[in-house]
Ligand binder design. Structure first.
Ligand code: TYD
Length: 201
């Protein structure tokens, strides 16, 4: 079976990490080799960039500089982890990818989505997710669930509303599914599994 690249996206506190773990377990139970990873980060060097870019030292950073740091982290992560895993026919399950950059640095920071997409495609050697699962919750609910806010989580409500709109605007794409996240985790996991099974078959 060939490798597959599955990405979870969504605003703060929507429960991505729980669903990433539940999906990984289910995939392993079917005998698939699975690599669980995240952005920003996912490789040792990209995790160093994560510390920097999410830390308070980067408060007020120019949006272009912020974008380039996320892109640099992505380039290393793809080259070191995602590409080799797909080449070895694993299923890669990643917490956030390019649509987070479009949402946070694009809609949130006002950079052009087209520039972000081409930079990200270049950084990721044109590897694209086979399926992007957007978990959706009203902003206030998600923020109430989020613990220890990082630099981006601390942005105002309008920022997070525009991030949510950006994710919701993907709903028409054939490689994207938007799932309401205000349902029990096990029910949500069944919906996720139905979508992933379609992509695996
Ligand atoms: P994280 O703690 O992983 O948030 P969550 O648990 O909600 O996924 O922090 C990642 C933060 O980085 C999150 O606020 C979104 C932001 N981010 C960007 O701004 N641009 C990006 O390209 C990526 C991948 C993440």
């Amino acid at each position: 079976m060939p490798g597959r690249f599955i990405v979870f996206e969504g605003g703060e506190g929507v429960g991505k990490s729980t669903q990433v773990q539940l999906l990984a377990q289910r995939l392993q139970d079917t005998g698939r080799s699975v690599v669980v990873t995240r952005e920003p980060g996912g490789s040792p060097r990209a995790e160093l960039i994560r510390e920097l870019v999410l830390g308070d030292a980067f408060a007020g950073v120019d949006p272009r500089a912020e974008l380039l740091l996320f892109a640099a982290a992505r380039a290393d992560h793809v080259a070191e982890v995602i590409q080799p895993a797909l080449a070895a026919d694993a299923v890669v399950v990643c917490d956030r990818f390019v649509e987070s950059t479009v949402a946070y640095q694009g809609v949130g920071r006002g950079l052009r989505a087209a520039d972000i997409r081409s930079l990200s495609a270049w950084a990721s050697q044109d590897i694209h997710p086979d399926l992007t699962i957007v978990l959706d919750l009203p902003v206030a609910e998600g923020l109430a669930r989020a613990q220890e806010p990082n630099r981006l989580e601390s942005e105002d409500l309008a920022f997070h509303e525009s991030v949510r709109e950006s994710f919701l605007s993907l709903a028409d794409r054939p490689d994207v599914v938007v799932l309401p996240a205000d349902q029990p985790q096990s029910v949500l996991a069944d919906h996720v599994w139905a979508e992933v099974s379609r992509v695996l078959s």
